[in-house]
Write a protein that binds this ligand. Structure first.
Ligand code: SAM
Length: 274
């Protein structure tokens, strides 16, 4: 057998152990970035081979927690891709306002900046109190950070710029208090948000949503898993519900392409057909 095939086999053994023991399935993650992250972890923790790491992970739950964090890229920001929020405000909000009540799901919310951005937008449009927002991720450490709503002050200049470009109608500083080198988002923004651990690769849907945002998550999955997760979203949306993806993700050429209308291809906003 060629070395490359043996190498692949060893990686599959490692992923089998992670799945069987800890319930996290990484088999269908995009191969190149998966390998990059696993080998980065092996370098940091001085493992020479996939099988050495697999052997340690068999018994060492603490090491698994650290491994899991490395497997999850939590880069995010408030009003990331501000033009997306502008488009959402202009194209989707007027439609949503006709509903008495809406449910929004942020899947893969990382440390929560995206979720608070949406809460601010809904507040400015006068219907945060008519919304229930579910914010989920499989990284519990990121979720705990999201629950605090506390962020590094060094990012705030960028967030203010994003907020203004996103069509914010007030000033971002209305929504946080500053202390030392951190800012804390105001508690009223959290009132309608439920944070929960949810693994898109193995867990089930959250029920009838009006809006699902899953931005900059599908890029880490291979085609199979992307299709599986997109079907989960399709089945979790109510008729005419909206799906929002990240700037490098699209429904084009996926198995659910025909189940959605394009609302704004540039900013990756789609609507489920009825
Ligand atoms: C790059 S962040 C994106 C954060 C935010 N949505 C944004 O666009 O700024 C990707 C997030 O996806 C989460 N993620 C990766 N695989 C996941 C899975 N199988 N289930 C749930 N979350 C996952 C990671 O933990 C990480 O927090």
């Amino acid at each position: 057998m060629e070395d490359e095939k043996k190498d692949n086999l060893a990686l599959q053994c490692l992923l089998d152990i992670v799945e069987k023991i800890y319930g996290y399935d990484f088999h269908e993650y995009a191969n190149a970035s998966l390998r990059r992250r696993v080998t980065g972890f092996m370098l940091d923790h001085k493992f020479d081979t996939y099988l050495q790491l697999a052997d340690r992970l068999l018994y060492d739950e603490g090491l698994f927690e650290v491994f899991l964090r490395q497997m999850s890229i939590t880069v995010t920001e408030m009003f990331r891709d501000p033009e997306f929020y502008k488009s959402f405000r202009e194209n989707i909000i007027p439609k949503l306002k006709t509903y008495p009540y809406i449910k929004v799901w942020h899947a893969g919310c990382a440390t929560g900046e995206e979720v608070f951005s949406m809460a601010i937008l809904l507040h400015e449009e006068g219907f945060l109190d008519r919304a229930t927002i579910y914010a989920t991720d499989f990284n519990q450490v990121a979720l705990e950070c999201a629950k605090t709503g506390i962020y590094d002050a060094s990012n705030v200049k960028q967030y203010i710029e994003n907020y203004n470009k996103a069509g914010g109608t007030s000033g971002l500083s209305e929504y946080y208090t500053s202390s030392y080198n951190a800012v804390k988002l105001r508690d009223f923004l959290k009132r309608r948000i439920t944070f929960a651990n949810h693994n898109l690769a193995v867990d089930r849907s959250f029920g009838e949503m009006n809006v699902i945002l899953c931005r900059n998550v599908l890029i880490y999955f291979n085609k199979n898993l992307q299709n599986q997760v997109l079907k989960l979203f399709r089945d979790s949306l109510c008729h005419k519900g909206y799906l929002c993806l990240g700037s490098k993700e699209t429904l084009r050429f996926t198995e659910v392409e025909n189940d959605f209308e394009v609302v704004d291809e540039k900013y990756r906003i789609y609507q489920r057909k009825s």
